[in-house]
Design a protein around this ligand. Structure first.
Ligand SMILES: Nc1ncnc2c1ncn2[C@@H]1O[C@H](COP(=O)(O)OP(=O)(O)O)[C@@H](O)[C@H]1O
Ligand SMILES: [Mg+2]
Length: 154
């Protein structure tokens, strides 16, 4: 998961996490599948909030803790924000029709991808958030050529 092309940044406070998400929004293309790694409270949902605001979403970004997914139509993209912390099994995945959300017209951002590792499509971009001093450290790495091309513009 780590390579010479990794990008690492320090985020001093919540505003920095939001701004970093907004900055990623400016280089996103449809079809991207983004995995968000990090413990509870690492800042994953905050980061997604920044991305959605950057794409032009006005209004709330709810954490999909109980619903597993929240859906947004914004700036010509279909954006699916998953939180799979409470994900149970493949049957649930099929019944909910989640498979259809992964298509060339959508952008998927997934918290806790580890919980559904065996059924999730491969990621184009990995985002890792971790505690660092009083703030956070964020690390981006590419999982595909599409993701690599995006991160080169970051
Ligand atoms: N760079 C940062 N420095 C300090 N606190 C942060 C930073 N980014 C986010 N936070 C705070 O971390 C808390 C948890 O964030 P959240 O996005 O809900 O985490 P997660 O989705 O990973 O569980 C929030 O109170 C948020 O304000
Ligand atoms: Mg969260």
């Amino acid at each position: 998961m780590h390579s010479a092309n990794d990008i690492t940044l320090e985020l001093d406070d919540e505003a920095a996490t939001l701004a970093c998400g907004e900055r990623l929004a400016s280089i996103l293309v449809s079809g991207l599948n983004i995995y968000l790694h990090g413990d509870l409270g690492a800042g994953k949902t905050t980061f997604v909030r920044g991305v959605l605001h950057g794409l032009g979403h006005i209004g709330k970004v709810k954490s999909p803790t109980y619903t597993l997914v929240e859906y947004y139509v914004v700036s010509r993209y279909n954006v699916y924000h998953f939180d799979l912390y409470r994900f149970i099994d493949e049957e649930e995945w099929n019944a909910a029709g989640f498979r259809d959300y992964f298509n060339p017209q959508s952008i998927c951002m997934i918290e806790w991808p580890e919980k559904a590792a065996h059924i999730l499509p491969e990621p184009d971009i990995h985002v890792q958030l971790s505690p660092f001093n009083a703030g956070r450290k964020i690390q981006f790495s590419a999982g595909s050529l599409l993701g690599k091309a995006c991160l080169e513009k970051f």
